[in-house]
Design a protein around this ligand. Structure first.
Ligand SMILES: Cc1cc2nc3c(=O)[nH]c(=O)nc-3n(C[C@H](O)[C@H](O)[C@H](O)COP(=O)(O)OP(=O)(O)OC[C@H]3O[C@@H](n4cnc5c(N)ncnc54)[C@H](O)[C@@H]3O)c2cc1C
Length: 564
């Protein structure tokens, strides 16, 4: 189930993508673990990795839409997901330079500005990375309040002045997509997205704001000349371009989390099994066995959900925007699951998880970032809640969405249109997936909880006051998210029944835990609290199933170790 560099061969992709991804794995493995660890500790900028990418045309091939390039170039979410996972596997910092290139390109590929599109394609060909300059230090998620000010020059252009903060690749980016607002226009009509160049003399790099190998810059534009041909979007379209770019980009956080967990898991399971205490391997302890099994099962669930979400991304269109729910799910749910996976393993390997020459100590630090970036858990959960009524109660009919590994260009992602109207999006009936595996005891048990959740909303719906209380709503949101999570896991399937049932045993426990949390909220009514307690369930136990899944965990012992 897990990515293993020793055996990796993405035969489901076309020959060109397969070759490039294998070459990428080869690059990291040949360079080896000592270099990976040392450059992380020394916070060395990864020129060699970017030189490899430039030579192979990796970013150019994967990040140029078919309309703007030739040969194998296309925007293909399936292969981008593979790339994202591999980069996460070798380190969040490598992933990050790629990720912010994705974000920097978002406003360009959504723009009708052919000159900038051409420029971006050429820059990619020349091996450049990009940057996305939305955030400012004092405004955080509140992008309405931007202080990057554009003053008209009278010839269709502007001069831009202001400071951006937390901007990845801002030290080197060939093209920086910058969000600002006009000095002479009030409100949303005044927004502007424009393309800047970090090498321009009016672009002043201040510093790296993080203590990392990756470069998260703060920079200042001082009277930076923005020519008419540098403008990518204006008015509300600029705002939509910002949100739609984040929609495309934030999907990559789930695969980054998966890659990080996979590498950490090889180290953790191998270490625990080979470490002898009192004459027995650490894995002989029942609690260790349980923790490592939980970590493995949660990781497999992360993979199944994310893989299936790719299909919805690739099949999206104006009449099918279901991906807009599955996307914040990958961002919020899969990345927080990643934290749990690392926590479980760290409990087991304890001191080993601090050692500087492991991958694990880096994973333990870096996995924490993913739930917090590109929208916190709260922001994404609040978004997910908008879909809840239609998802649960008003299903619609759609053509089945197949597995999508075909070499298509996902061009719809760059013409997603206005970012509003989320509450009106309908979904196919979630019950179908659950019905299809009602034979598995824990799928059936979880289904009781899911049906009960619908009953809660019907009989004891949140009051007007509760609807305004985001703390209360988030507790509801966590319960809802589990139902969506389970649906796509079931749709993906393809794992043996014991493993699938084990995944749902965990979902039953998680639902019970979130129900207990709801029970404890001050805002929860007595009826809602009674419902919560009544829906705390035990998973259906099966010792032979536990043992079969444990054997899968043990199969990871020694299966991969990065070359020194
Ligand atoms: C390592 C790193 C790299 C980054 N890279 C980039 C980059 O390349 N380009 C870029 O533009 N930005 C980048 N960022 C900025 C990042 O996206 C910001 O974290 C983001 O703008 C949110 O700001 P904030 O984290 O300060 O949180 P704040 O916006 O200050 O939020 C604080 C709290 O308020 C809550 N909150 C805010 N809004 C809502 C809401 N609508 N509903 C519910 N709760 C809400 C949040 O959940 C959070 O708990 C990066 C940040 C870091 C740390």
């Amino acid at each position: 189930m897990l990515f293993n560099p020793n055996t990796y061969d993405p035969a489901h992709l076309d020959e060109g993508s397969r070759r490039l991804l294998r070459a990428l794995v080869g690059f990291f493995e040949e360079r080896g673990k000592n270099a990976l660890v040392k450059s992380y500790i020394d916070r060395t900028w990864y020129d060699d990795f970017l030189a490899f990418s430039a030579k192979e045309g990796l970013f150019a091939t994967f990040l140029t839409p078919a309309a703007d390039g030739d040969g194998d170039k296309r925007w293909d979410t399936a292969r981008n997901a593979e790339l994202s996972e591999i980069l996460g596997f070798y380190g969040l910092d490598y992933w990050y330079t790629w990720q912010v290139t994705v974000l920097g390109l978002g406003p360009v590929w959504q723009s009708a500005n052919t000159l900038q599109r051409q420029r971006a394609a050429e820059l990619l060909d020349d091996g450049h990375v990009m940057a996305f300059a939305l955030s400012e230090r004092s405004h955080g998620a509140d992008i309405y309040a931007t202080d990057m000010i554009l003053t008209p020059t009278g010839d269709g252009g502007f001069t831009a002045s202001g400071t951006k903060y937390y901007i990845g690749n801002g030290n080197v980016a060939g093209l920086v997509s910058v969000f600002g607002r006009r000095a002479d226009v009030e409100g949303p009509d005044g927004y502007v997205f424009f393309a800047a160049d970090s090498r321009h003399e009016n672009y002043h790099l201040i510093k790296n704001v993080v203590n990392k190998q990756m470069y998260v810059s703060t920079f200042e534009l001082r009277d930076y000349p923005v020519r008419e041909q540098d403008v990518l979007h204006t008015g509300k379209a600029a705002f939509d371009a910002a949100l739609n770019t984040v929609n495309v980009g934030k999907f990559n956080l789930c695969t980054a989390a998966i890659g990080i967990c996979e590498h950490a898991m090889y180290e953790a399971v191998t270490h625990a099994h080979r470490r002898m205490l009192y004459g027995r391997p650490v894995t002989a302890f029942p609690h260790v066995r349980r923790e490592l099994t939980d970590a493995y099962v949660r990781l497999v669930a992360m993979k199944l959900f994310s893989d299936r979400a790719v299909d919805y991304f690739r099949s999206a269109g104006p009449g099918d925007r279901r991906y807009l729910l599955f996307n914040p799910m990958t961002k919020m749910k899969v990345t927080t699951e990643g934290e749990k996976v690392v926590d479980l393993m760290w409990d087991v390997i304890a001191a080993k998880g601090f050692e500087a020459d492991t991958y694990f100590d880096k994973a333990a630090m870096d996995i924490r970032g993913l739930p917090k970036l590109e929208g916190t858990v709260h922001v994404n959960l609040a978004l997910i809640l908008k879909f809840m009524p239609n998802y649960l109660f008003h299903p619609a009919t759609y053509e089945p969405v197949p597995t999508r590994h075909d070499a298509a260009d996902d061009e719809f992602l760059f013409r997603q249109g206005p970012a509003r109207g989320l509450g009106a999006i309908q979904f196919h009936d979630w019950r179908t997936a659950y019905d299809s595996r009602a034979d598995l005891p824990n799928v059936a048990r979880f289904r009781e909880q899911a049906d009960g959740f619908c009953e809660l909303l019907r009989s004891h719906a949140p009051s007007d006051e509760q609807q305004k209380d985001l703390d209360f709503l988030l507790a509801i949101g966590h319960l809802f998210a589990l139902i969506v999570y389970g649906q796509l896991i079931l749709e993906k399937g393809g794992v043996d029944d014991r493993l699938l049932d084990e995944i749902f045993a965990i979902l039953v426990r998680d639902f019970s835990a979130y129900a207990t949390e709801l029970h404890g909220k001050t805002a929860t009514t007595d009826e809602q609290a009674a419902w919560a307690l009544a829906h705390v369930r035990r998973p259906v136990a099966d010792a032979s199933r536990d043992d079969a899944v444990w054997q899968q965990v043990l199969a990871l012992v020694g299966a991969y170790e990065m070359r020194p």
